[in-house]
Design a protein around this ligand. Structure first.
Ligand SMILES: Nc1ncnc2c1ncn2[C@@H]1O[C@H](COP(=O)(O)OP(=O)(O)OP(=O)(O)O)[C@@H](O)[C@H]1O
Ligand SMILES: O=C(O)c1ccc[n+]([C@@H]2O[C@H](COP(=O)([O-])O)[C@@H](O)[C@H]2O)c1
Length: 248
């Protein structure tokens, strides 16, 4: 080593298991991305995250709280902060991490988010995780073909959606690229080959039991619970006989 030149400091351990910041970092990890509205988060999300982590041998799953699903109206959507807090409550902060990075980056279309995350976390391997309901509606997403080409995807069964999704337009178009989940991250990451053509990323159906939880059902229950006392008292009021008018 030439005299006078300081020895480079030892490299920091990769900052894995931390909520991702908007500037990215050098973590070398297999990361599952479970994007969602989390309006609110529920045990079905945690089940999906845990099953995907286990079957795909992921280091981390990020609960990627969406600033706003491009296909959902804002009606009945809780504020972003509330949804993020609810995702934090089902996370463990180590292997399952609530992430606000989409909001920080000002992105909401998944294909854009994935392209940016690959640049910000160049040593990470990403897998997009979703329930069968989302595989069914995937053809409505912006540049979904490109998304499926560039990012491995893991689909979780969901009551009422698994069979229709496996026979749907996206699964049919992508049938040649379906693999066993163990093979999802086994090859090199898709990179441009000769003449800039990219290898197509694989996808799989995670062999897990269906979990019945749904945010729609939770919101409906909550709405009924808040409406019930009023309905109850209204019912009581109409069933209670009026005091007899005093005889003249
Ligand atoms: N019980 C479940 N089984 C499988 N996948 C699920 C389940 N619950 C949520 N997901 C998946 O998690 C992701 C985020 O879901 P989201 O936050 O929209 O919850 P949701 O219960 O589907 O909400 P909503 O009923 O409001 O549409 C989606 O990919 C969705 O398919
Ligand atoms: O990119 C799109 O066009 C697109 C359209 C619909 C949904 N998504 C994403 O799908 C994820 C699941 O959304 P949700 O609301 O069903 O929980 C969430 O990350 C959304 O941003 C993405």
């Amino acid at each position: 080593m030439p005299l006078g030149r300081a020895k480079a400091p030892p490299r920091k351990a990769s900052p894995s298991h931390r909520a991702p910041g908007r500037w990215g970092d050098g973590r070398r990890a297999r990361i599952g991305l479970l994007g969602g509205s989390f309006n609110p988060a529920h045990p079905g999300h945690r089940h999906v995250a845990d099953m995907a982590r286990h079957v795909l041998r992921l280091d981390e799953v990020w609960l990627l709280v969406s600033p706003g699903n491009p296909l959902k109206s804002g009606d009945g959507m809780a504020p972003f902060r509330e949804r993020l807090e609810s995702a934090r409550r089902i996370a463990d902060g180590r292997h399952v991490i609530a992430a606000d990075i989409e909001a920080r980056l000002g992105l909401r279309q998944t294909e854009r988010t994935l392209a940016r995350l690959r640049r910000l976390f160049p040593r990470a391997r990403f897998v997009w995780i979703m329930g069968a309901d989302n595989l069914l509606q995937l053809p409505r997403w912006r540049r979904w073909r490109r998304l499926a080409r560039d990012t491995p995807m893991a689909v979780l069964p969901r009551p009422g959606y698994t069979r229709p999704a496996l026979h749907g337009a996206a699964a049919t178009a992508l049938r040649r690229h379906r693999r066993a989940c163990g093979a999802l991250l086994s090859g090199a990451s898709p990179s441009a080959g000769r003449r800039g053509r990219r290898a197509h990323a694989p996808w799989c159906l995670v062999p897990a039991r269906e979990h019945p939880a749904s945010a729609t059902a939770i919101r409906a229950l909550r709405a009924r619970a808040t409406a019930a006392p009023r309905a109850h008292s209204h019912q009581e009021l109409s069933a209670t006989p009026l005091p007899a008018a005093a005889e003249p």
